[in-house]
Design a protein around this ligand. Sequence first.
Ligand code: COA
Length: 100
Amino acid sequence: MAVRALLFMNPKAWQRFVGEIKYVNVKQELRLYGIATLLVNELVRSAKNHGTKELFLVTEASNKPAVNFYTVRRWGKNDAELLSLDGRPLIRMYKNLVCD
Ligand SMILES: CC(C)(COP(=O)(O)OP(=O)(O)OC[C@H]1O[C@@H](n2cnc3c(N)ncnc32)[C@H](O)[C@@H]1OP(=O)(O)O)[C@@H](O)C(=O)NCCC(=O)NCCS
């Protein structure tokens, strides 16, 4: 599989306008060809079509390719202290789809 990702829409009424992107992964030898850009653009478009107002994702703070990828695409960073189960720092990134 060259690329994969999941988009979660929360069915709970009070959270239904927030979606989460998980497991975005492009096969190593196909990276830097714009594949994740196409994929994430499509996820954003689909989320908007479903009425989602905000998307977020969580990644390791040390994951420079991912943090850079979303920062360049004007996703915000939430610096709240988050740690993985094995203690590594995580970062929450989000995109407001209303103002996008
Ligand atoms: C992050 C990831 C999805 C990017 O996929 P991609 O198809 O290579 O991304 P695109 O080609 O569409 O976009 C490239 C952009 O990503 C960022 N980027 C990718 N690799 C980078 C690296 N090694 N260092 C810095 N920035 C990087 C840059 O912003 C780059 O833009 P530029 O070429 O103008 O500098 C890919 O590296 C990956 O699958 N990583 C492993 C899984 C992962 O970490 N997923 C994200 C967790 S949420």
